[in-house]
Ligand binder design. Structure first.
Ligand code: FAD
Length: 433
């Protein structure tokens, strides 16, 4: 598993003092600079506190209560979504929102207000949190919900771990008929076709996502594979238990041995890209990369960046075309470029990333200055379009970019615990002391 204190992108950083949390009633250590570390699935520095102390939150791993009649679950904040699924799925419940890995903690999911393939229906994780308990460094304990301490609730959902330690939370799970997802996958020729399929699918399908061929140029620019699905009754499972694998499962082990163009061309044309009736187990559907533990090591000792932005729908085709053209010409992107639209359900956090529009995400192996220069040009396009970049995936956005993406940051900063900080926060607020 990821080493405590190491972020998913494995970029280098300064030493941090690690303090394990084992009990939610334990007092916070008297240290000048604190930050909680969940399970290290954020790519960059929102979960890093270089030169300071990291509270290792995974030790807060107890379930407190689960009502199989209502789907209300109360647990400590270090519990993983994978552990929740193992507990509740046999009773017909599932996390209401899940990111592309199930190895995230409840605390981390709240702090980044994570989104999933059902954002157009369900909004983000914070929309399903009934309440949580926040421990401040002065010992104060705040119970937060939409009604109780609502401003602290809004600051902490998507609050990047800066408002204090989330000790426990209660969430409302979603009723499902079983572990299966029924849907289909189809190729599309360009971005216009992607938006048309999205518009036609969002009403009927709870989960939608697309893979884009980021090496395609000219007439093929913006082509990809669209995947959509719904929870399916258990009776629809194939009797043999055999499942079709999700077509976008990437052969990560080939990352360094195939050229980007060859891989993407083969992948786009493979027969499994066009499947009329597919039945997936939830794991390959939601978590294709979880099947390859520690795939992040494939990028080597220099680590990698991920870039995820959201762009307003109007004008998105032009901006995305420009971005794809630049990424394709640079040859610096990796295989897996994901595109999805966010819906209109408002996020509850002051600094939540999801907002209506199209969101694009892809990895970039760290090749130093040329990678950073390309990411800066993508930032220029995102800013000009009135979009935003996702802090959970970031390790390099400038203070000016952050402050334009998240204009509420100044109001939010009143809620930052005086002893809590992160490498990300110091960078994007220009507080380099
Ligand atoms: C393969 C993969 C796919 C992903 N797909 C998606 C996706 O589809 N959608 C999406 O939104 N994200 C996605 N992510 C990102 C991931 O969901 C988020 O970064 C998530 O927040 C990580 O949770 P974590 O428990 O690992 O927390 P960490 O990464 O360790 O920490 C994240 C933040 O949470 C804070 N935090 C953690 N625990 C607590 C606590 N108890 N109290 C207060 N603050 C706390 C930390 O200080 C930090 O700021 C993906 C990541 C990977 C590796």
């Amino acid at each position: 598993m990821n080493q405590p204190g190491t972020a998913w992108g494995r970029l280098p950083g300064a030493p941090q003092r690690l303090v394990a949390l084992t009990d939610r009633f334990q007092a916070l250590p008297d240290e000048p600079s604190l930050l909680t570390f969940g399970n290290g699935r954020s790519y960059g520095d929102v979960g890093r506190n270089d030169g300071g102390t990291l509270l290792i939150g995974r030790g807060l791993d107890r379930f407190i209560g689960f009502d199989p009649a209502t789907g209300r679950l109360e647990c400590e904040a270090g519990v993983l979504l994978s552990e929740i699924i193992d507990l509740v799925l046999p009773s017909g419940w599932f996390p209401p929102v899940t990111p592309g890995t199930r190895f995230v903690t409840v605390g981390g999911a709240i702090a980044n207000d994570v989104h999933g393939k059902n954002h157009h229906r369900a909004g983000s994780f914070g929309n399903h949190i009934l309440e949580f308990e926040l421990l401040r460094s002065d010992g104060q304990i705040l119970r937060c919900s939409r009604d109780q301490n609502p401003d602290w609730f809004a600051a902490t959902v998507g609050g990047l771990g800066l408002t204090g330690l989330i000790r426990r939370a209660t969430l409302q799970l979603k009723r499902v008929p079983g572990p299966w997802i029924r849907g289909d996958s189809q190729r599309f020729a360009n971005l216009k076709a992607f938006f048309a399929i999205t518009a036609a699918s969002d009403g009927d399908y709870e989960y939608t996502v697309a893979w884009l061929d980021c090496s395609a140029t000219g007439a093929n620019l913006g082509r990809g594979i669209f995947i959509r699905g719904n929870h399916a009754p258990a009776t629809e499972a194939p009797p043999s238990g055999r499942v079709l694998r999700m077509p976008i499962t990437p052969p990560i082990s080939l990352v360094n041995s195939l050229s980007l163009r060859a891989f993407n061309t083969l992948y786009y044309h493979r027969p499994a890209a066009q499947v009329n009736q597919a039945l997936w187990h939830y794991r390959p559907f939601f978590y294709p990369l979880d099947g390859i533990l520690e795939w992040n090591r494939m990028y080597g000792p220099s680590g990698f960046y991920q870039y995820q932005c959201v762009l307003p729908t109007e004008g998105a085709i032009d901006i995305l075309s420009e971005m794809l053209g630049r990424i394709g010409r640079s040859g610096l992107g990796s295989f897996l470029l994901v595109l999805k639209t966010f819906g209109a359900v408002p996020s509850l956090g002051m600094l939540s990333f999801p907002r209506p529009g199209a969101t694009l995400a892809l990895d970039f192996p760290n090749r130093g200055a040329e990678t950073l220069a390309l990411l800066n040009t993508l930032d220029d396009l995102t800013r000009a379009a009135g979009g935003a970049v996702y802090p959970a995936k970031d390790a390099r956005m400038s203070a000016a970019s952050f402050q334009s993406y998240f204009p509420a940051w100044r109001g939010f900063s009143r809620y930052v615990d005086p002893k809590f900080s992160s490498s990300f926060w110091r960078r994007v607020t220009g507080d380099v002391a």
